[in-house]
Design a protein around this ligand. Structure first.
Ligand code: SF4
Length: 162
């Protein structure tokens, strides 16, 4: 069994931008979390943002990698630049993963922080593009294997393997 980083909203914590959560309703997953293997993070709230908060998206091409490289920004739907907080939150998540020996992360898909395959395109129109969120990208760059709730079965199998 492996310790794993887990998006707090997937565990039922009310940390999402709308003040709610996206709890995964699955008995096997619940047992994994209760067994103490899960290390909960919310890169955005950990970095000091409130819940609820304005929705944010990555503006510019290249997703989270481009943000980490200083080429794109994270903005909210009022145009406020929150890049600094998103980068800070990503590094806080990486630190937690390393401190706890997590080699895998189960992250909320499509989030500008936690996304691992798809994110919104920065136009706040609901259009999705390929790319990772800022924390997802930083974790992947540091060798942490990413899963989302879309690949839950695969994630559980991988976590349960010795
Ligand atoms: S930053 Fe990640 S953990 Fe926090 S609410 Fe968004 S998707 Fe969930």
């Amino acid at each position: 069994m492996k310790k794993f980083l887990l998006s707090a909203c997937l565990a039922g914590e009310n940390v999402r931008y709308d003040g709610g959560n996206t709890r995964i309703e699955c008995e096997t997953f619940r047992k994994l979390v209760e067994s103490g293997l899960a290390v909960l993070v919310c890169p955005e709230v950990d970095a000091g943002l409130s819940a609820p908060r304005r929705p944010c998206e990555i503006r510019g091409e290249g997703g989270g990698g481009s943000v980490l490289d200083g080429k794109s920004e994270v903005i909210n739907d009022e145009g406020q630049n929150l890049t600094e907080q998103f980068v800070k939150g990503a590094y806080m998540s990486l630190e937690k993963a390393l401190e706890n020996g997590c080699s895998v992360a189960l992250l909320k898909h499509r989030s500008p922080s936690c996304g691992s395959t798809l994110i919104y395109d920065g136009s706040f129109s609901g259009k999705k593009i390929e790319g990772k969120g800022v924390a997802g990208e930083l974790l992947a760059r540091n060798g942490i294997r990413l899963f989302s709730e879309e690949t839950l079965e695969e994630a559980i199998k991988y976590i349960e393997e010795e």
